[in-house]
Design a protein around this ligand. Structure first.
Ligand code: PSU
Ligand code: MN
Length: 316
């Protein structure tokens, strides 16, 4: 019988050795980016993590088996899959039972990375509450509130209602940390102008926040929000106008549910002549680099003797 879950041997070894590992998601490979850019970017993200001295573990589902740490041929298979599923948390059981293949969203990847013992995860932009459809709330949000992991992103995707999304993150107890910024980044633009509750300027500062969360036994993610590098960014007002047009097109075509996010991303790319796609790629690589540095900082500080003998909230 095929296993439900496999952990690549080098990842297992790194985790045993206390070496830095960064989880990467695969819904952006199957549903976020067009072929052949999807495979190219997935490989580049892994490369960037390696450059920073950490091990990448791209997570996905192949023929009913969860892979934590897809091998290069497995990554290629997933990227070339003809009708891949977009696998969020609720989709996992049926995907496994039916032997399906698919890319895991932020919700599913966070859960699986945490199960595997990986503490840091990089993505592009998290899901959230859709513009004009406050009832369409990404499963990413509740998943982040119950998964004690560190997620590095460029905020929530700009196609969303960022204000409502930020509010909901507060309700859910997710620590939102601006990385070198005091405002919530807007995915392909550096700032939404909305203030964030906390700020960190170095990987060590993020590591300290994650460790304090763990010491308290809190269950929610630390969401590290890094602005897209300026040279690749879209102007926020211009991006907003394009997003409004894309949202109107989705409305006119009756697109909703799990198809909405991929539709909006693809539509924006067409509208901006590929500029939103280039920006998406730049922020993914930037987030991967930052995640690797945070994973390394967590490994270094985890060995600090000061951590020993401290009270653990879970023991009381
Ligand atoms: N980041 C990107 N591109 C993407 C995504 C993130 O740069 O396509 C994916 C993530 O997997 C996220 C999903 O979980 O979009 C959100 O989809 P939805 O809004 O349907 O929850
Ligand atoms: Mn949705």
């Amino acid at each position: 019988m095929k296993p439900l879950f496999t952990l690549a041997p080098p990842i297992l070894q790194a985790l045993r050795d206390g070496a830095p590992v960064v989880a990467l998601e695969s819904a952006l490979i199957t549903h976020g980016l067009p072929t052949p850019l999807n495979l190219e970017v997935a490989r580049k993200m892994e490369e960037v993590v390696r450059e920073e001295g950490a091990l990448p573990a791209t997570i996905g589902v192949l023929e009913g088996t969860i892979h934590v740490g897809l091998t290069p041929p497995e990554l290629e298979r997933l990227a070339h899959e003809t009708a891949p599923l977009k696998v969020s948390l609720r989709d996992l059981p049926a995907a496994l039972a039916h032997g399906r293949s698919g890319g895991t969203t932020v919700a599913a990847t966070s859960f699986l990375a945490h199960q595997a013992g990986i503490s840091v995860f990089a993505t592009g932009g998290i899901g959230g509450i859709h513009r004009g459809h406050p009832e369409d709330v990404s499963a990413d949000l509740p998943a982040l509130s119950t998964t004690p992991i560190t997620v590095v992103c460029a905020g929530a995707k700009a196609i969303l209602d960022l204000e409502r999304t930020l509010e909901r993150l507060e309700t859910l107890g997710v620590e939102v940390v601006g990385y070198g910024t005091d405002t919530f980044p807007a995915f392909t633009s550096p700032s939404s102008g909305l203030p964030v509750p906390a700020r960190a300027d170095t990987p060590d500062e993020v590591a300290a926040i994650a460790q304090a969360r763990d010491a308290l036994g809190l269950s929610a993610a630390v969401l590290v929000c890094a602005p897209i590098p300026a040279e690749a960014a879209l102007d926020w007002d211009e991006a907003n106008a394009e997003i409004e047009a894309a949202v109107a097109a989705a409305e006119a075509q009756g697109i909703g549910g799990k198809e909405l996010t991929p539709f909006l991303l693809a539509r924006l790319s067409t509208q901006t002549g590929g500029r939103s796609l280039a920006a998406n790629q730049a922020l993914l690589l930037n987030n991967s680099r930052i995640a690797a540095r945070i994973a390394s900082a967590l490994c270094t500080t985890a060995q600090r003797p000061a951590a020993q003998g401290e009270p653990n909230a879970q023991d009381h």
